[in-house]
Write a protein that binds this ligand. Structure first.
Ligand SMILES: [Fe+2]
Length: 219
């Protein structure tokens, strides 16, 4: 699978175009709509790819800013957590609501939706086992998890999402996050486990203490 990383948007956002290497019809899947629509459409045109699906990690504004123009200018379907208000952007026939553990199979790309609330209550990660890739949105960046100090956010849920849905995955899997906040844009889960103190927390309470200390350090 070919993965094209596009940086841009509100705050060093990263979005991704995915296409199967041997697809006869070069259709692509977009993970998050954070870069400008012009930029995303020009990356597609440069490769003669057609956008078949937009898969959204969560409904925060910076991740969906280009959703309306992309839905208007392409016939892509829209995938998101089954209860996410994001789905309202598309007409019912173009919505692909995803359950926890569901497989999204489109354009020869297979992605498993992992429901991972905490930073946002409609948050999905997308796991591509064939590519050994995990699109982590704002659940997990290189170096730290997404913040959970705001209204509607919950560090304890974030901990459980990381423990139950991410920790079981193989160390060779690369995380591809929703923002470029770390020393490098991407790292393997094994590297992340060795370097990210949140992932080393022994329990929920320790995780919360690390979150609180981090928030205090930003003030
Ligand atoms: Fe977010």
């Amino acid at each position: 699978m070919e993965i094209v990383t596009i940086e841009g948007g509100f705050d060093r956002n990263l979005c991704y175009l995915l296409a199967r290497d041997d697809a006869p019809d070069r259709e692509a899947v977009l993970i998050d709509a954070s870069a400008s629509a012009d930029r995303i459409l020009s990356e597609l045109a440069a490769r003669r790819w057609r956008l078949a699906c937009i898969a959204i990690t969560h409904g925060h504004g910076d991740h969906i800013v280009s959703l309306p123009p992309l839905l208007r200018d392409t016939d892509a379907v829209l995938a998101a957590w089954r209860d996410s208000a994001v789905l309202d952007h598309a007409p019912p026939t173009r919505r692909r609501p995803l359950d926890d553990g569901a497989w999204l199979e489109v354009a020869g790309v297979r992605l498993q939706a992992l429901y991972t609330p905490g930073h946002a209550d409609d948050h999905l990660c997308y796991y591509a086992p064939e590519a050994q890739a995990l699109f982590t949105g704002d659940l997990l960046f290189v170096g730290r998890p997404g913040r959970t100090a705001g209204v509607g956010q919950d560090p304890r849920q974030q901990y459980r999402s990381l423990r139950d849905r991410i920790a079981p995955l193989p160390g060779a899997v690369r995380i591809l996050p929703g923002h470029d906040y770390g020393p490098v844009p991407s790292r393997s889960l094994a590297e992340e486990r060795a370097a990210n103190r949140w992932l080393q927390a022994q329990d929920e309470d320790e995780f919360v203490r690390i979150c609180e200390a981090y928030e205090a350090s930003r003030r």
